[in-house]
Design a protein around this ligand. Structure first.
Ligand code: ATP
Ligand code: MG
Length: 362
């Protein structure tokens, strides 16, 4: 698939305009703070339903205005698909695919496939478990149909279970805890099994990329909440999760939060035998992040049978010549959007200059 055209209105600093892209490599160049990342953000918004920079939807509205609207025409097997995203301050967002309003973000996922590479990817390696979980969940949500739904159900039950803990501590409702636990286990096990399988897939890919790029070995260790080396059997996972919940009830009651479950999980990336988060150099971590993203891209491609679109925000300036060459070779044949401060050093199929929110095709 590829994005044929984009229309933006009141999105961040971008001027109201329609932009036509080419099918191959699109280069956007311009000085700092002109709107390059904003442009990629608008495309990614139509893909994931939210900002890749973690901004709230309301922050995407141009300063001084009260709404924004973004529309893209996507070409897929010679058919055109239209995706629209509109948001007015203090109202609900409206997302439409081919003119039909969709009910939830999960229905949007999979419509426009993108993988974003940005300097913040380094945080997936460096930051704490919640950052990695968020990343993992967003990747899986696109390729596994019910994952987001199961995760949302799990989180709802978790909130209610934590509220229940408070009443149990006050001497009430102990008898209904098991009902909550059973529901938590039901959804929790589904999440764990899918995470295990996705991470296995990541491991296969990341091993290959890291070996090719820097001749290093990689291993992924899924730190699941059931303490199983292989958490691929849903029934076994369910049984173990239930046991863990029962075992931890005293701690749960002490802290009034649920101590075990998918909401506490993490994964480690082991490079040459050592945890990359703790022992790798900044450059090594950057390479690992790049390989992780390339793995995400490979899995997305394989699972959907589609050609995803690549969004490279400011990553070229951070890579050495070998890595730059490697990544550009891998991205041949896919629509790619690259932002950079200069036009030099990058070979593209079409070029756009961005200045003060105006995008001009050359
Ligand atoms: P760099 O090369 O530094 O990464 P960039 O071209 O990617 O720059 P953007 O991140 O796209 O820059 O931001 C461009 C400008 O948009 C910034 O000056 C920023 O302050 C401005 N901006 C951010 N949010 C809004 C908003 N809601 N309304 C108007 N302008 C905004
Ligand atoms: Mg930028």
């Amino acid at each position: 698939m590829y994005v044929k055209e984009l229309f933006v209105d009141n999105f961040r600093n971008l001027q109201k305009q329609k932009i036509e892209f080419c099918e191959g490599i699109n280069i956007f160049y311009g000085l700092n703070a002109q709107g390059k990342s904003n442009l990629l953000e608008s495309i990614r918004l139509l893909s994931m339903g939210r900002s890749f920079r973690g901004s709230k939807t309301t922050e995407l509205i141009k300063f001084g205005e009260d709404y924004f609207y973004v529309k893209a025409i996507i070409c897929q097997e010679n058919n055109d698909k239209k995706i629209e995203f509109g948001y007015k301050k203090n109202e609900n967002k409206v997302i439409k695919v081919n003119g039909n309003k969709i009910k939830s973000t999960s229905e949007l996922l999979g419509q426009l496939l993108t993988v974003i590479f940005s300097p913040e990817d380094l945080n997936i390696i460096k930051e704490g478990p919640s950052y990695r979980r968020k990343y993992l969940d967003s990747c899986i949500s696109v390729v596994e149909k019910n994952y987001l739904y199961n995760l949302m159900q799990y989180n709802k039950i978790l909130i209610n279970r934590n509220k229940l803990l408070k009443t149990i501590k006050e001497g009430k409702n102990r008898s209904i805890l098991e009902i909550f636990d059973d529901q938590l286990v039901e959804y929790g096990a589904k999440i764990i099994v899918v995470r295990q399988s996705y991470l296995k897939n990541v491991e296969i890919n990341i091993k290959k990329f890291l070996l090719e790029i820097s001749n290093e070995t990689a291993e992924i260790v899924y730190l699941n909440s059931v303490g199983l080396k292989d958490a691929s059997d849903e029934e076994i996972v369910k049984k173990r999760l239930k046991e863990k919940l029962l075992k931890n009830i005293d701690l749960d009651l002490k802290y009034l939060t649920t101590q075990v479950g998918p909401h506490r999980e993490d994964f480690k990336i082991i490079i040459n035998g050592y945890d990359s988060r703790v022992y790798s150099s900044q450059g090594q971590q950057r390479t690992v992040a790049l390989c992780l993203k390339l793995s995400e891209f490979e899995i997305l491609k394989k699972e959907t049978g589609e050609k995803p679109i690549l969004l490279l925000d400011d990553v070229m300036s951070e890579l050495d010549e070998n890595r730059k060459k490697y990544i550009l070779e891998r991205l041949q044949g896919f629509q790619t959007f690259i932002t950079h401060t200069t036009k030099r050093d990058l070979k593209g199929d079409c070029y756009f200059k961005i200045s003060n929110g105006v995008v001009i095709k050359e």
